[in-house]
Ligand binder design. Sequence first.
Ligand SMILES: [Zn+2]
Length: 295
Amino acid sequence: MKKIILLLLLPIFIFVGCSNSKQPTGNKENTTTASVPENPKTESTSEGNKDNEKPPIKKEDSNKKEASNKNEDLNNTEKEKIKEEKVKKQTIVIDPGHSNKSSNSKEPISPDSKEMKLKDTSGSVGVKTKTPEYETTVSVGLKLKDKLEALGYNVILTKDSVSDQMSNIERTDIGNNSNADLLIRLHCDAVDTPKAYGASMLVPEIRGYVNSDISKKSSKYGKKIIDTYTEKTGIYNRGLVTRSDLTGFNWSKVPVVLLELGFISNPKEDLFISDPKNHNEIAESIANGIDKCFN
Ligand SMILES: [Zn+2]
């Protein structure tokens, strides 16, 4: 009986034994081969899930990046536009006259002449305030730069300090090299008598680099500027004066004007022009005059 039971159970042991021994290897080996058709599914799902997990973040990130890039692009376009508008505006070179260092060096008065003139002088001094001319011209020049920039002009100062010494040719070079639409020189008048008064606008005659076109434009601009300046400040308008003896004119290849703000040899005008409290008003009226030239 025991033999019969053992015989009956033997095939089961054999079967179980075989399946047990085969399963681990078979399964292990089949994982790679047999799972080939299945794995793509599972792998695709699992990786798909991974894809679904990671890419959304990536996509969000890239969307955000794209959006921010677009914003940046927009901002850049807007910035470019503003830049262009500013670039489109004219270039004005402001030249505050004189400096606190006098020099004995000389330079030719004109490209067509051997006559020599002093490169730079310290200018006049206010009869009443004792304020040197160079202090007023630099102070007004700096304010004029701000006013013009606020109006959108491209502005270059030949110098921004009273101690910067420059020759008149060097000053015109800045206007020439920047292809300025206008070079405006700022000065204060002075004579031996306290009686003279009023503002003058000096403009170039045809000489040296100044051709007919430059001369005409300079006169046209000069008139608008002095008319506005005197109207707004109440200073008497002495009008235009054409000159061919100024180095700072003859070497200019661009329209150039020289505004004499008034006579600092006149006590009343000295008190007004040399007072820094009035420089804002003075600069504003000149800026408005310049703006009329190009609008
Ligand atoms: Zn001067």
